[in-house]
Design a protein. Sequence first.
Length: 115
Amino acid sequence: VQLVESGGGLVQPGGSLRLSCAASGFPFSSFRMTWYRQAPGKEREFVAVISSAGSITNYADSVKGRFTITRDNAKNTVYLQMNSLKPEDTAVYYCNVRYYMNDYWGQGTQVTVSS
């Protein structure tokens, strides 16, 4: 299993970013995918999850209405569109899959929201 995140960077408050997570090594279209984030000095926290077919999504209250999770099963990729970014969204963002009771993580992508 391999997960590779990309798309992070430095953005001003109110700006937008789209993160991508390219997956391989497992039947991507059969598994739900989740985004987490970890800010400096804090524990990793749930951000958003999407079902295998993409029809069901769920979000942390802190990002609801600003972030959108989607997936393209033809490309084995999950996305996180982040709008109206706030300084408190600054974190390393990770995608995750639970595959046969094992959790797999990417290397993460840094998102910094600052003026």
